[in-house]
Design a protein around this ligand. Structure first.
Ligand SMILES: *Cc1c(COP(=O)(O)O)cnc(C)c1O
Length: 454
């Protein structure tokens, strides 16, 4: 009997992250201030340590992973690459389906891959406290874990709708020593403003980011950390795809299609960019590679957004970034995939999408759970609602192979397990899970408020 799990040894954890900025045809459009002038690195120094700012701007292809970070990665990395043989059988597809399982981290998702280096670089810079935002609680729990490992205090602004839906994630963060508040909160100017407008505001990642940034900018001992979107986060997540490449080498295969959910874009970039780097380097195996980012139909920044300069947060604290956006004050419906409720997408992912180098699809909520349940019933692992988006698209591609008889190799990022999301499954089984219509009017209103430069 052949093994379905392709495992690596600790010494095979990559020694360097891969930076796709080195392989773009021209540099990324620079982040801008609202007056249209480029943001200067010093301006980021109020909230980020020097090493992170350097990585944010870097066009070096390979960036060394600090030894201390690799030692913590070793607690759960290398993560397994698994061939989903039983799912293939259930689908009756000739495709070969593989998933890279990031749910083996202590926090249960891919997010500690970036939380750990971020905590490391902040401690190195003498920082004592970190603030951050969290949607479903995945990033908050990851930074709580990483902060604990490096002796940093952590304060988390948790999107209010998730704070109510996911009490156990809050308790995880508290177990790892973090303070957690529902956002919008009464602790910041931003939070008080939004609550004055609407006390029932369900919150959004954009608002929570504003609160965390406001606090970090106002205290010298405190920095901010972001769980996705920014270039350095995408860089750190490349450890996923780099390991997957070694695992495919081991079995002499190479993916035709790479699929990942897309919230801010780091888990997608993390798994797909190392393969796209092969394509950029002229590797024949990657010539026809397709990379598919899967977003929720109710928050479809790539497939319905505009490619333009917008703020990264809801209140306009961050510099403007060129990205696909639904407008910074768009508040998406309260879907259960809280980690995918972000109004924009990573500048790197946006740029590649704009150039036609990657694909994007939008999936409505119910069919993602349908695919997630089918996955759980054949492979055992209960996926996070965000991960269900990738499963949906991977299954759809596998079903297409059934029509054509092609045995494509499909890799998807199983970004996390759903152990703290069982109430969403309960709703799904009870038939109570909504498919929110694409909120066209709200997006149009929000796009009308895009910043005008200069
Ligand atoms: C946060 C999260 C995502 C979304 O990741 P991005 O990098 O922001 O696109 C996907 N899956 C899980 C399990 C998450 O926690």
């Amino acid at each position: 009997m052949e093994s379905t799990r392709i495992l690596l040894e600790a010494h095979e954890i990559p020694t360097h992250w891969y930076n796709i900025a080195a392989d773009l045809s021209s540099p990324l459009a620079p982040p801008l201030l609202p007056d249209g002038t480029p943001a200067r690195p010093e301006q980021l120094a109020a909230i980020f340590p020097p090493a992170i700012i350097e990585q944010e701007m870097s066009v070096e292809r390979w960036i060394e992973i600090p030894q201390e970070v690799r030692e913590i990665y070793r607690l759960w990395r290398p993560s397994p690459l698994v061939r989903a043989v039983r799912l293939e059988e259930a689908l009756g597809t000739p495709a070969k389906l593989f998933y890279k399982y990031e749910g083996v981290s202590p926090a249960g998702s891919h997010k500690p891959n970036s939380a750990v280096p971020q905590a490391h670089y902040n401690r190195q810079a003498g920082i004592k406290r970190l603030t951050t935002e969290t949607g479903a609680g995945q990033w908050g729990s990851s930074i709580a874990l990483a902060g604990q490992m490096f002796g940093l205090e952590v304060r988390v602004y948790m999107v209010r709708v998730s704070y109510g839906q996911k009490p156990y994630r809050r308790l995880m963060m508290q177990t790892w020593g973090a303070e957690v508040f529902a956002s919008p909160s009464d602790l910041t100017e931003t939070g008080r403003k939004w609550r004055a407008e609407d006390p029932e505001n369900p919150g959004s990642l954009g608002i929570a980011i504003s609160e965390a940034v406001e606090e970090a900018a106002s205290r010298a001992d405190t920095n901010y950390s972001l769980g996705s979107v920014l270039n350095h986060v995408v860089l750190h997540q490349s450890v996923i795809g780099l390991e997957a490449k070694k695992q495919f080498d081991r079995i002499g295969l190479y993916p035709d299609i790479v699929v990942a959910p897309c919230g801010g874009g780091s888990s997608f970039g993390g798994i797909a960019f190392p393969f796209l780097g092969d394509r950029a380097a002229g590797d024949k195996r990657a010539k026809d590679l397709r990379a598919i980012a899967v977003e929720p139909a109710s928050c479809p920044s790539l497939t319905q957004g505009r490619y333009t300069y917008d703020f990264g947060d809801a209140s306009g604290f961050t510099p403007l970034m060129k990205m696909y956006t639904l407008g910074h004050d768009f508040v998406p419906p309260g879907i259960h995939a809280g980690g995918l409720r972000y109004h924009g997408a990573s500048q790197l992912v946006s740029r590649l999408y704009h150039e036609g180098l990657i694909e994007a699809v939008a999936a409505p909520q119910r069919v993602t759970f349908e695919a997630g349940v089918q996955f759980a019933r054949s492979e055992g692992v209960i996926p996070a609602p965000e991960s269900c988006h990738a499963i949906r698209a991977a299954v759809d591609e596998a079903l297409k192979c059934k029509g054509t008889g092609e045995s494509k190799v499909i890799l998807f990022n199983l970004t996390g397990h759903g152990h703290f999301d069982m109430s969403a499954f309960e709703r799904y089984f009870a038939g109570g899970l909504e498919d929110f219509a694409y909120p066209a009017d709200a997006v149009e209103r929000s796009l009308a408020k895009l910043p005008r430069l200069g």
